[in-house]
Design a protein around this ligand. Structure first.
Ligand code: UFG
Length: 326
């Protein structure tokens, strides 16, 4: 595929994952336009692409932008991503993740945009029977965040089957780490994600952290997640975009390493690498499933995705290295 002449619109391209994906698109030489309201994104994250500070709520501005830019593909990251916040403030999630995406898709349809790459989440699975998630599993999200994303997947499926739109939904497992350039990363100081919080403790920005729940049905009682390096995830987007631009049919893929680590194991790995730090015993956090691990056979078979950074120590180290720079 010759990306060179293609125009790609990236919503949320100033955010953590969006900025890594824009950077990964640099060698393809496609034209990248970024829409981001900078509510959780940072201009300093952007290494590739021109920023247009538009809010996805502003239907007229979005629609006008898409009509003029005429993207060959839209990659849609913009949204809210914090599970416990979604439990406390579901309206925000249905607005930012579901309603705003419906507007974006509507604009894509009216402007004949044919390719849509969507950031979905492992949270759509809820509590999988075996703890291993396969794309064809029954989807029963247990928090508003997961439901807000699942609704978007359902909208995309219905709209794609009645229009020219093809889409790929990538279901991210637990994304962490940073690019070795240290120019892009998780910059939000009030982070909630485990490896980010560990990086803040290790760089003395936080005194201590808590593990939320020791009574889950897992070997050490703490929740198990499949941590994926953001650069492997970014590469998955380049492959998915290529697949769509080559005429691939609509599809959903898990993005994870198929290997789970408990919260305690992640903490132990960080301590082994960087030294001891204080851990509190917290209560369970609302909306947390005990275990989420990806079956990633589909993305490997269909997109030819091969992870390069599947090493927990490396993921933690890159997160800490980035944290030192901000
Ligand atoms: N955790 C702690 N202490 C902390 C922070 C997190 O014990 O200070 C625990 C959580 O309770 C959970 C695990 O670490 O058991 C991972 O929590 P994160 O907040 O890092 O991530 P989540 O699993 O809640 O959610 C993330 C993304 C979602 C995605 C999900 C998929 O935010 O978008 O991974 O697994 F859906």
């Amino acid at each position: 595929m010759n990306f060179k002449k293609k125009r790609v619109l990236v919503t949320g391209g100033a955010g953590y994952i969006g900025a890594h994906v824009c950077q990964s698109l640099q060698p393809t030489q496609c034209d990248v336009a970024i829409i981001d309201n900078l509510s959780t994104g940072f201009e300093s994250n952007i290494q590739n692409g021109e920023l247009h500070p538009i809010d996805l709520n502003e239907w007229d501005s979005i629609n006008q932008f898409i009509a003029e830019y005429k993207p060959d593909a839209v990659i849609h990251f913009a949204g809210s991503i914090v599970v416990p916040e979604s439990v406390k403030n579901p309206l925000k999630y249905y607005q930012n993740n579901t309603a705003n995406t419906l507007n974006l898709i509507r604009s894509c349809i009216s402007n004949n945009v044919k390719n849509f790459l969507f950031s979905s989440t492992a949270a759509v699975y809820g509590i999988p029977d075996t703890g291993i998630c396969t794309e064809s599993d029954h989807l029963k999200p247990i928090n508003p965040y997961g439901r807000s994303k699942l609704m978007t997947e359902m909208m995309l499926e219905d709209i794609a089957s009645s229009s020219n739109l093809n889409y790929v939904a990538l279901r991210y497992f637990n994304v962490a780490g940073a690019h070795e350039s240290k120019q892009m990363g998780q910059r939000m100081p009030d982070a909630t994600h485990l490896i980010k919080i560990i990086a803040q403790v290790l760089t003395k920005k936080r005194k201590e952290m808590a593990i939320f729940g020791f009574d889950y049905p897992t070997p050490d009682g703490t929740c198990i997640r499949d941590y994926i390096h953001v650069c492997d995830l970014a590469h998955a987007h380049v492959l998915a975009l290529n697949y769509l631009l080559d005429g691939g049919k609509s599809a959903v893929f898990n993005c994870g390493y198929s290997k789970g680590f408990s919260v305690q194991e992640v903490v132990n790995a960080a301590k082994k690498q960087f030294g001891d730090f204080n851990i509190l015993h917290g209560e369970r956090r609302d909306g947390d499933p005990p275990q989420l691990i990806a079956n990633a056979d589909q993305i490997k078979a269909i997109l030819g995705w091969q992870p390069k950074y599947n090493n927990l120590d490396l993921i933690i180290q890159s997160a800490v290295e980035f944290e030192k720079t901000i």
